[in-house]
Design a protein around this ligand. Structure first.
Ligand SMILES: Cc1ncc(COP(=O)(O)O)c(C=O)c1O
Length: 394
């Protein structure tokens, strides 16, 4: 049987983590891995999460099955968090999934049932995992222009021109906020134009919302999602609780879709539940129950929002520090974009040789496309990092 298989490509980020671990230099800096780190370099369990877990442990009375759509209270709480309060919920359904990746997977299967082989547009570039996932779902993978290598901002006119040329039945994957890998994001005015374009063409928006609250705050980060959902008849939305609740290994996400009306939502939901039943039957509860507990308790919610704010503000402060440190040393504004980007990542726009050089000479690790995790910048080494980057690009 298995002799027919050939080796699948390994995961590049995991390989980079291995190289970093094997590097014996005490001055090494890890900007590669895609998890939040605090000032001590650790990915902490949030205090609100810890408290919710303690409650769950003492109050839980059964381990019986949850049902295909998972934890219902979690579903309601996530919709309350993500949707505008006035949004018509009769058109919406939600299923808890194992992580944001699980939600991307089930939603791709759902679209594939409706439109096998649909043209599926992702930003150039996009999160690396979107590409094999969309291909595995049988879509005709296409890209739309996104990152401007010169300005390190969004090539908005080119992006919009591509979106304007789409047709009903095409699918467009949009990062709801905190674009991964670039860190370059749409302004509210640009989201308005994207929403208008989607409404005009009938292309289906597929929003990946993996970093809500990591950019400028929960409300600001939800702007694009809410604007698009308010403008179009149908949409899908993949939510992840991995980053904003620090629940990475608990695998908690949600697949959400909006249909034209309640009847179509019922039919579509029957397909979604059928896909889940045939894949993993039901999601695990723990992470979802943590999020439900936090979002439905005023004190825990307040504490979580404060903790999320600390993470967000730390990343914004590190961005400013790095941009300033480079400006001071270079007398130039070439890296000011780092301070304008939002979320956990920035794409520096370096060549692969430069990335390799930074690793070999300075022990600075980032992914091959020159994406850095700003949360990985050691606060006391910002100057060293700025110098290493400048020495490499000069
Ligand atoms: C853009 C994007 N989407 C989705 C995910 C999925 O996250 P998870 O499956 O860990 O919830 C990630 C995680 O890195 C991401 O960066």
């Amino acid at each position: 049987m298995f002799e027919t298989l050939t080796k699948a490509p390994g995961d590049k980020i995991l390989a980079l983590m291995g190289e970093y671990a094997a590097d014996t230099r005490s001055t090494k800096i890890d900007l590669g891995v895609g998890v939040y780190k605090d000032e001590k370099g650790v990915t902490p369990v949030m205090s609100s999460v810890r408290k919710a877990e303690e409650r769950i442990l003492s109050n839980e009375t059964t381990k019986t099955y949850l049902g295909i759509a998972g934890n219902k209270g979690y579903g309601t709480a996530v919709l309350d968090l993500v949707l505008a309060p006035e949004f018509d919920r009769s058109r919406v359904r939600i299923a808890q999934t194992p992580g944001g990746t699980g939600s991307l997977w089930v939603l791709m299967q759902l679209i594939s049932r409706a439109r096998p082989g649909a043209s599926f547009y992702v930003s150039d570039p996009t999160w690396a995992n979107h590409i094999p996932m969309a291909k595995n779902a049988g879509f005709d993978l296409q890209t739309y222009p996104y990152f401007d290598a010169e300005t390190r901002g969004v090539k908005f006119d080119a992006m919009l021109a591509t979106l304007d040329g789409l047709k009903a039945g095409d699918v467009v994957l949009l990062h709801g906020c905190c674009h991964n890998p670039t860190g370059a994001n749409l302004t509210p005015a640009q989201w308005d134009k994207v929403a208008e374009s989607l409404a005009r063409t009938g292309a289906l928006p597929f929003i990946d919302l993996a970093y809500l609250g990591f950019g400028d705050g929960i409300e600001a980060d939800a702007y694009g999602t809410r604007k698009v959902l308010a403008s179009v008849p149908e949409a899908v939305l993949a939510f992840s609780g991995s980053k904003n609740f620090g629940l990475y290994k608990e695998r908690v996400g949600a697949a959400i879709f909006v249909a034209r009306n309640n009847d179509e939502a019922e039919v579509t939901n029957s397909q979604l539940l059928n896909i889940i039943r045939g894949a993993y039957s039901q999601p695990p509860d723990h992470g979802a129950e943590i999020i439900r507990t936090i979002l439905t308790d005023a004190d825990l919610r307040k504490e979580w929002e404060e903790e999320l704010g600390v993470m967000r503000n730390r990343m914004i402060a590190l961005r400013k520090k790095l941009a300033e440190a480079i400006r001071e040393r270079s007398n130039g504004s070439d890296f000011d974009f780092v301070a304008d980007h939002r979320g956990m990542f920035s794409l520096l726009g370096l060549t692969n040789e430069a990335v390799e050089h930074l690793k070999a000479e300075n022990g600075v690790y980032m992914t091959g496309d020159s994406r850095i995790n700003v949360a990985g910048i050691p606060e006391d080494r910002v100057g060293d990092l700025a110098k290493a980057i400048l020495d490499t690009v000069r």
